[in-house]
Design a protein around this ligand. Structure first.
Ligand code: URA
Length: 212
């Protein structure tokens, strides 16, 4: 089996600054949402790094110039409900023409099995680059299940983008999907006994939607 791709960790002072604010438990719901949007735009920049381009000639002040444009392969952002929705706005700010798919997954607390309750994707997934979104890569079970599902729908070389990852989640993803590039703002220390990332930022869905 081929070696797993190493996660890409955004190494930038702006990212570290915004992430620290995001982790702060005193950050308001509105602030949390705004920071998530800003960070997801930066994540989108890195998650789209391997898009291919073709030559494009344009008229500039001094004559003609050969520039580049995206070669037409379209993007699809896939949100893992519900917290993945928090990453969509920033992603769509950067790539407004992208399509959006949604996957709803639930986890049986006893068997730890992941099952799907919702799946809605654009019809032309095989022609699109899919970027699967969830703010937290914790155990990796939901992320890996979502990737399995988008691959089954025909997605090639999907990417997984998150705000924070735990080493456990990275290892699980590498085991199941060594071909998937994980892009994250930081890799934290570990998971606690409830599956929360430490130090983490709490429950991303609750903080985004103000539900606790
Ligand atoms: N999901 C969250 O929202 N937070 C965690 O720390 C882990 C999973």
């Amino acid at each position: 089996m081929s070696e797993a791709l190493k996660p890409v960790v955004l190494d930038h002072p702006l990212v570290r600054h915004k992430l620290t604010r995001l982790r702060d438990r005193d950050t308001s719901t509105a602030g949390f949402r705004r920071l998530t949007r800003e960070l997801s735009l930066l994540l989108a920049y890195e998650a789209t790094r391997n898009l291919t381009t073709c030559p494009k000639t344009v008229h500039v002040q001094s004559g003609l110039m050969e520039g580049e444009e995206l070669d037409g392969k379209k993007l699809c952002f896939v949100s893992i409900l519900r917290a993945g929705n928090g990453l969509l706005d920033g992603m769509l700010d950067l790539v407004p023409s992208a399509r959006v798919g949604h996957i709803g997954l639930r986890r049986d607390h006893e068997t730890l099995e992941v099952s799907e309750y919702y799946f809605n994707m654009p019809g032309d997934v095989p022609g699109r680059t899919c970027i699967v979104l969830d703010p937290m890569l914790a155990t990796g079970h939901s992320a890996a299940a979502a990737i399995t599902r988008v691959k089954a729908a025909g997605a090639q070389n999907p990417v997984f983008a998150c705000l924070l990852a735990a080493p456990e989640g990275i290892r699980y993803m590498a085991e199941l999907h060594p071909d998937v590039q994980v892009v994250t703002c930081a890799v934290d220390d570990r998971l606690d006994e409830n599956g929360y990332i430490v130090p983490g930022l709490g429950d991303a869905g609750d903080r985004l939607f103000g539900t606790r």
